[in-house]
Design a protein around this ligand. Structure first.
Ligand SMILES: Nc1ncnc2c1ncn2[C@@H]1O[C@H](COP(=O)(O)OP(=O)(O)OP(=O)(O)O)[C@@H](O)[C@H]1O
Length: 232
């Protein structure tokens, strides 16, 4: 999947300045960049929700995209279960729903309405809905942000499992270097003004078993921090 020379303005303000990016299929692609650099805007363009841009997007089938938005977009008048079924037009295997629901600690909340849930639980419903959607491309916008440490770990474990089992191509946006290193097979770093380029790295410390050594990770972190500094 290829994104070529994307240029995006809001009024007079140039947000994306000829951004190009290769999204590696069946891999976790992380876009890392500071707040406000245009990560969400790029996801909206890729998802086809924002059509007001210049440039090209090749190899993406829109109806096969699952999108975990930064804010949860749940239908308040439907139960958790019905939110999930509705998004996938009912094409969800009950067994998978129960299995993933359990892994996310949502078993007892499936009949609840979103308004009866805490922010963290709502975010888990948001993720469950996306994991169950029949997608080949999964777009995730700061999806683990509002979760506590324990829940975050369980959610990430399920995410890694689903990605592998379903051979999903993932494009995950974050401003957390830690998260990028933990999750990304490929890390695309958004430099800040004035160049706003994306540089791609193969993550040498990626391992779904999470066995990278801390010293190695530290040196990679420092390398990346140095680079971001130079660009900014
Ligand atoms: N609808 C809009 N109208 C005008 N400006 C916008 C609009 N949406 C986003 N922007 C601006 O575009 C820039 C990029 O926003 P975007 O949300 O894509 O950044 P981001 O990297 O995802 O940041 P964050 O991690 O904080 O969400 C910001 O300066 C933002 O204020």
């Amino acid at each position: 999947m290829e994104i070529l020379n994307i240029e995006k303005r809001f009024g007079e303000t140039l947000i994306l300045d000829k951004i190009s990016l290769t999204i590696y299929p069946k891999q976790i692609n992380v876009i890392l960049g500071p707040s406000g650099c245009g990560k969400s805007t790029l996801l909206q363009i890729i998802a086809g929700l924002d059509k007001d841009f210049e440039g090209y997007i090749n190899g993406i089938t829109r109806r096969k995209i699952a999108y975990v938005f930064q804010e949860e977009r749940l239908l308040e008048w439907r139960s958790v279960e019905k939110n999930i079924l509705y998004a996938s037009s009912g094409k969800v295997e009950k067994e998978r729903l129960l299995d993933y629901g359990k892994a996310l600690g949502l078993s007892e909340y499936l009949k609840y309405r979103p308004g009866q849930l805490s922010g963290g639980l709502r975010q888990r419903v948001n993720l469950l809905r996306a994991f169950l959607y029949p997608a080949s491309l999964l777009l995730m916008d700061e999806s683990f942000r509002s979760l506590d440490i324990q829940t975050k770990e369980e959610t990430i474990n399920l995410f890694l499992r689903v990605q592998k089992e379903e051979e999903l191509t993932v494009l995950l946006v974050t401003h957390s270097l830690e998260e990028a290193i933990q999750l990304g097979n490929y890390i695309h770093i958004f430099s800040n003004k004035p160049t706003r380029r994306l540089d791609t790295f193969t993550n040498p410390y990626f391992s779904s078993a999470k066995t990278y050594s801390i010293e190695d990770k530290e040196s990679f972190l420092n390398e990346v921090k140095e680079m971001i500094k130079i660009k900014n």
